[in-house]
Design a protein around this ligand. Sequence first.
Ligand SMILES: [Zn+2]
Length: 112
Amino acid sequence: MSKCSNCGAEFEGGYCPDCGTPAPAPQPYTPPPVYNNISVNNTEVTTTGGWFGWQLLEAFLGIFGLIIMLCASRDESVKNYAKAKFIWAIIGLVIVILFFALGIFAGISSEM
Ligand SMILES: [Zn+2]
């Protein structure tokens, strides 16, 4: 429905049936304003099933599962969980290496 700019009659189509004035050009479409907070809320919430999947991946692939988790997840809480578990894995690895090294050292020194 457009309104004639000459006589004010409302009509459908390209020309006014009353006076023949061409219909005004359609208004250019203006997209609704995009608010910045939309991008902030763009992260996905991980469901119980999602967490089940991530923990299954972690159980099977261990540290590699955590790396996949860190790279693939769009949920910040999953990333933080993976980071925390990754730190624990490194701490665990360091302790194991330390005890292993101490064991070798103790073994060498007892042989002497
Ligand atoms: Zn008209």
